[in-house]
Design a protein around this ligand. Structure first.
Ligand SMILES: Cc1ncc(COP(=O)(O)O)c(C=O)c1O
Length: 422
């Protein structure tokens, strides 16, 4: 069956035809049948060069052999035990070895679960209630943080069904504005934690200004507030030790998901021992899950981190170089075409905004012309390039993306811009 037929069928049984809202775009999304390396194959027998890459999860590329082998081998041994395994210790040790503030880790399943419990931990540790997040920051779909959030929520006012009471203690301040953060803390002396994506990746890609994250660390430290880096996107991607390593910073808690399992569902909370030890059964903060430490996901996590650790001096510079080639190529074309666009990029991530202004926060991202972005998406798709369909997401490269892929991508952007200008 082709994608249009599959979507018609899906709508009858899956609300909106998809299992996560960001997967939908008009008139219907293509359906995938397989993926390998940097490419996705569809039900329509198209092969797309993928820049969505599981919204950042596929750091090593689709079907990376050592990860697949580890998963296969674990399948023969068992898929769920719900008693501890030695592999869970190994993965937690590997995480803590590379993550600067990692003294202990708890394995969970999704990013939402990780941030929800990291916030609960911060509240229990400080005996305070308040949470500060940043405009456009996305930390999952739970009530504590679904306020002025990015990703699929960027274009929606709020989600029905969430409790105002649950987010009553959540304050939202603009990103890249330390003075506003200080003011919010002064006004809310009950603040337990500041949670931030170190690099905003769910409102397009927005980078911290020079010294900004150091300021956030300084302000939170001075006020005895727990700093949570939500590294669900940046973890093991920006550097082996994530954004903490990249920017040389020590948050108190860090959350991971995506790249940790290179496509298998796994997430983690890591951080300082005195805070982590508050988790039950060591402490009195309840967090539990049937699938936590699932042996198949853990096997994928170990294989992913082994590869990233062993080859970090090759992998990270190579992905960044390929990303730089693409971004450099796009910027050259934009200059020649005299198009008012801004391209933000860091490491293996980039995003383009149809605005001439610098995009350094949510309000800047929202000023960009989203209709033009949608045209870009359509034009790129016609040339077999798949980027996330929304302006408020980020394009991701993997270790599998080659310089040839980069050349093809630059050519496709060139042609797409010419079509858009027509
Ligand atoms: C920064 C960030 N935090 C948390 C989440 C939620 O993760 P999950 O979708 O695994 O629940 C996401 C998902 O995109 C994310 O980008």
């Amino acid at each position: 069956m082709k994608s249009d037929q599959l979507f018609a069928k899906a709508k009858k049984i899956l609300p909106g035809g998809v299992n996560s809202p960001v997967r939908f775009y008009e008139p219907y999304p293509f359906f995938a049948t397989s993926a390998l390396g940097s490419k996705l194959t569809t039900a329509d027998h198209q092969i797309y060069l993928d820049y969505c890459m599981g919204y950042g999860a596929m750091i090593l590329g689709h079907g990376y052999s050592s990860v697949i082998e580890a998963v296969r081998s674990q399948l023969d041994k068992g898929t769920l035990f719900c008693v501890p395994t030695e592999s869970e210790i190994k993965l937690a040790e590997m995480i803590c070895q590379v993550v600067p503030c990692g003294e202990m880790a708890r394995l969970v399943n999704t990013g939402s679960e990780a941030t929800m419990h990291a916030i609960r931990l911060a509240r229990a540790f400080t005996k305070r209630k308040g949470v500060i997040k940043f405009e456009g920051g996305y930390h999952g779909a739970h009530d504590y943080v679904l306020v002025k959030a990015g990703s699929g929520m960027a274009s929606l006012p709020a989600s029905e069904g969430t409790l105002d009471e649950a987010s009553a203690h959540t304050k939202v301040v603009p990103y890249n504005n330390p003075a506003e953060l200080e003011r919010a803390i002064e006004k809310n002396r009950d603040t337990a934690c500041v949670i931030t994506e170190p690099v905003l990746a769910n409102i397009g890609l927005v980078l911290p200004e020079k010294g900004y994250l150091n300021e956030v660390r300084k302000i939170t430290e001075q006020n005895d507030i727990i700093l949570i880096f939500d590294e669900v996107v940046t973890g093991f991607r920006l550097a082996l030790g994530g954004a903490s390593e990249f920017f040389g910073l020590m948050p108190d808690l860090v959350t991971f998901a995506k790249a940790l399992g290179n496509g298998l569902p796994i997430a983690a909370i890591a951080g300082k021992k005195e805070i982590m030890n508050k988790l039950a059964p060591a402490g009195s903060v309840y967090q539990a899950s049937t699938f936590a430490g699932n042996p198949v996901s853990v096997a994928a996590g170990i294989a992913t981190l082994e590869t990233l650790t062993e080859a970090k001096n090759t992998i990270y510079p190579r992905i960044a170089k390929t990303c730089d080639s693409i971004v450099g190529g796009i910027k050259d074309i934009l200059t020649r075409a005299q198009l008012d666009c801004t391209v933000n990029s860091i490491g293996s991530m980039f995003q383009l905004f149809f605005t001439s202004e610098r995009v350094k926060d949510q309000s800047g991202a929202k000023k960009a012309n989203a209709k033009m972005f949608r045209k870009l998406f359509d034009e790129l798709l016609k040339q077999d390039i798949f980027i996330p369909p929304s302006q408020f997401e980020t394009c991701f490269l993997s270790y599998a993306h080659t310089e040839d892929d980069a050349d093809k991508t630059i050519e496709a952007y060139d042609k797409a811009f010419r079509e858009i200008k027509k």
